[in-house]
Design a protein around this ligand. Structure first.
Ligand SMILES: Nc1nc2c(ncn2[C@@H]2O[C@H](COP(=O)(O)OP(=O)(O)O)[C@@H](O)[C@H]2O)c(=O)[nH]1
Ligand SMILES: [Mg+2]
Length: 307
């Protein structure tokens, strides 16, 4: 039987929940369903496939009336939750307390019901131009510490996201799904190890839908990072096309700046298609191709267990 994972996206109204899901819909062609439960209650469902899992994502309204309903009928809404993604608008400090209260209502229910639900808290609207904003960064670390202190028994991952930073949205999806299988950690370790060996800036493994299964980046300065984002976006577009056109083979090209060289490789394992993207400096090319077969061998060993 097919198993559907239940993922809940929650947070105050205006936090950006629907925008995050809309950004994902566009990228991954999610199927969308809207269920009108009562005139006042409208929940949007987004369905997606990831490797062997199917997930249903619930977009929970965040207005006060909704919040009251969810809190009063917690078992109806939060029962059997596999993952909670909680969205906090990092540009709205006046509502931090309000948001923490709502988070507390949900987590208290999980605690009371003895549900160990993994949680991802994303500090959203962390737009690219805010990456060096001292106040925003201070608020993020304050909220983070506050939440970690308050809920020592929960497994909480923190993230920053913005709809103007598509990679952060992709990361949110990947982190969300990686919560479900420990092998994703092995994969991440493998990428970290080979990033060093290749002396590369980024190593990313995508599934056939362009969802990042795992990724690793080196410490890079913001300018390089932006350049990297551009080239990866190109990659994502390309691999989608490669899939559509049943194109056979690999792609390699140099980024516009001529500094970084990105390589995209398609790998079929059993019946599943994967894509590997590596971004590195031109002078590391030879070294990369020399060590690539070892990397692919190790990679296949882990991916085989995931499908
Ligand atoms: N600056 C910025 N605005 C955002 C971002 N995500 C959403 N918004 C804006 O925030 C507002 C509320 O978004 P919405 O998705 O409707 O929030 P929801 O009530 O949580 O579903 C809208 O005006 C969005 O355009 C973001 O990453 N950065
Ligand atoms: Mg909404």
């Amino acid at each position: 039987m097919e198993r559907f994972l239940k993922i809940i996206v929650s947070g105050l109204d205006n936090a950006g929940k629907t925008s995050i899901l809309t950004a994902m819909d566009k990228k991954y062609d999610f199927e969308k369903d809207i269920v009108q439960l009562k005139p006042t209650i409208r929940i949007e469902y987004h369905k997606m496939n990831f490797l062997t899992n199917n997930a249903v994502i619930w977009d929970m309204g965040g207005q006060e009336t909704y919040r009251d309903i969810y809190v009063n009928y917690q078992d109806v809404y939060f029962d059997a939750t596999d993952l909670l993604i909680y969205v906090i608008d990092i540009q709205d400090p006046e509502r931090f307390d309000n948001s923490l209260e709502y988070l507390n209502a949900i987590l208290s229910f999980f605690e009371k019901s003895e549900m160990s639900v993994p949680i991802i808290i994303t500090f959203h609207k962390y737009d690219p131009e805010l990456k060096a904003d001292i106040e925003i960064l201070a608020n993020i670390s304050r909220l983070r510490e506050n939440i970690l202190d308050s809920y020592p028994n929960f497994n909480i991952l923190f993230q920053q996201s913005s709809i103007y930073d598509i990679i952060s949205i992709i990361q949110l999806v990947s982190y969300g799904l990686s919560v479900f299988d420990k092998k994703f950690f092995q994969l991440s370790e493998l990428l970290e190890y080979y990033l060093e060996i290749f002396q590369s800036q980024a190593l990313i493994v995508f599934d056939r839908n362009g969802i990042i299964i795992s990724e690793y980046y080196s410490d890079i300065n913001p300018e390089t990072y932006l350049e990297l984002l551009e080239s990866i976006k190109e990659h994502l577009f390309l691999l989608k096309r490669m899939d559509e056109e049943k194109f056979e083979g690999n792609f390699d090209f140099t980024s516009t700046e001529g500094q970084l060289f990105s390589y995209l490789l398609r790998k079929k394992i059993n019946k599943e298609m994967f894509f590997v993207s590596a971004v590195l400096k031109d002078e590391q090319k030879l070294n990369f191709f020399e060590k690539l077969p070892d990397f692919l061998d190790d990679l296949v060993k882990i991916l085989e267990q995931l499908i």
